[in-house]
Design a protein around this ligand. Structure first.
Ligand SMILES: [Zn+2]
Length: 420
């Protein structure tokens, strides 16, 4: 057994144990605090809402345990137990004689994606039509669900296949520095997606209507010009078609930049609260969080591709992860798939660093919102959204420190109160 096999199996096992341990800690902690609203929220959150949040967190926790166990087992089936090897041999033997090297490699990527999607389908269906349904969040109909799946496949074919073909071509044609060229292509693609996604892809799934003229629009525009933003591109999205969860986001780049409010958000918050939420989002821009995160992602993908460039040329990379490299066909698609499979367990172990950075950014954006709008409005908005999304007010501290991209409500509201 090679060192890589041991390292990989160890990481998969460690990541799984860590996931299960954290999830059980979280569930125990939430169950323990289910029957009492924390003192800080005693006046603003009802016991009924608090219990509903606990039940929702527990239901999702149980589902998460099952999903974590399944995906770790599946990962081992794909790699060390020979699943990807068998798929590779089958696709190579049938497709390569007909469509050549590129056809075979694209077929391998497509077959892997289709099998992965099919295996994920029961989980997705359960989450949407059972779990979310039970707590009253799901608004998705079967017709809409099937339509979404179909559009997702179409986008995957139209966008994913040419991109994959480009990367495979680069890997085959540009020599030992292919990973640098692949990184350039990947980075350009991501920048392009930032411009094209809000204007071309997102409208395939949702309807975006300009924020209607009126009091709210005037208030939002006033805030934006006060903060030094061009007050254009304000949209309302019909998020209520799929889910009762509420949200707002800032997206795009340059002229495609836009602010999107879910209709569910507008129906739940008053004008001042909406302005405070927007001020928080503007805070992310003012502090260049979006740019920093983008640069971090670009840097990490360069490091990842450089690592793959080094690994892909050694036979031990394939055999150590349970796959026999082909002798009379390119192994580039195989290398990409193996890398995508092998990386997540290792990334999971360092993911708390990213969560921590994200929480710091949230505090900074909150502070900006306090300076530009009323911190009490933001606190009220957060509390309403928390209650509405049935997010728990009593997470396990360690769980929150590992996973939470946003600070727990208690910490966030305490910081807001101190500033307003
Ligand atoms: Zn934020």
């Amino acid at each position: 057994m090679s060192a890589l096999t041991l390292l990989f199996a160890g990481a998969v096992l460690l990541a799984l144990l860590l996931k299960l341990w954290l999830a059980t800690r979280q569930m125990r902690h939430v169950a323990l605090h289910r029957d009492r609203v924390p003192a800080a929220f005693a006046g603003s959150v009802s016991l009924q809402a608090h219990r509903r949040a606990a039940d929702y967190t527990l239901a999702r926790g149980r589902f998460g345990l099952l999903q974590a166990a399944f995906s770790s087992a599946l990962l081992l089936v794909w790699t060390l137990l020979g699943g990807l090897d068998a798929l590779n041999v089958a696709v190579r033997d049938t497709v390569q004689p007909l469509l050549g090297d590129m056809g075979y490699q694209l077929a391998l990527l497509a077959a892997f994606a289709v099998i992965g999607a099919v295996l994920d389908l029961p989980f997705d269906l359960y989450r949407t039509f059972v779990l979310e349904q039970r707590f009253g969040f799901n608004r998705m109909t079967w017709k809409l669900y099937l339509g979404d799946q179909l559009k997702g496949v179409l986008v995957g074919v139209v966008v994913g296949l040419p991109l994959a073909a480009l990367v495979l071509w680069i890997m085959g044609a540009t020599g030992s520095l292919w990973w640098l060229w692949a990184w350039v292509a990947w980075t350009v693609f991501q920048l392009l997606a930032l411009v094209l996604y809000p204007t071309l892809i997102a409208p395939l799934f949702n309807r975006f209507t300009p924020l209607p003229d009126g009091e709210l629009k005037a208030q939002v525009q006033g805030l934006m010009s006060r903060c030094g933003f061009a007050a254009k591109g304000l949209f309302v999205m019909d998020g209520s078609r799929r889910s009762a969860h509420a949200n707002a986001y800032f997206t795009g780049l340059g002229a495609a930049k836009r602010v999107v409010f879910f209709d569910t958000l507008l129906s739940k918050l008053n004008g001042n609260e909406i302005a405070a939420v927007l001020a928080h989002e503007l805070g992310h821009y003012k502090h260049r969080h979006v740019l920093k995160r983008m640069l971090l992602v670009f840097g990490l993908s360069l490091a990842g591709l450089a690592l793959l460039g080094w690994l892909a040329s050694s036979a031990g990379f394939y055999t150590g992860l349970g796959v026999r490299p082909s002798l009379d066909a390119p192994n580039d698609a195989l290398a990409l798939l193996l890398f995508m499979l092998a990386l997540p367990p290792f990334m999971f172990l360092i993911s708390p660093l990213g969560a921590r950075l994200s929480r710091r950014h949230e505090f900074e954006a909150d502070a900006y919102a306090c300076a530009q709008a009323d911190g009490r409005d933001l606190a009220n908005a957060l509390l309403k959204l928390h209650e509405d999304n049935a997010a728990t007010l009593t997470p396990d501290p360690l769980y929150a420190r590992f996973y939470y991209s946003h600070p727990p409500a208690t910490e966030r509201l305490a910081a807001l109160r101190a500033q307003s």
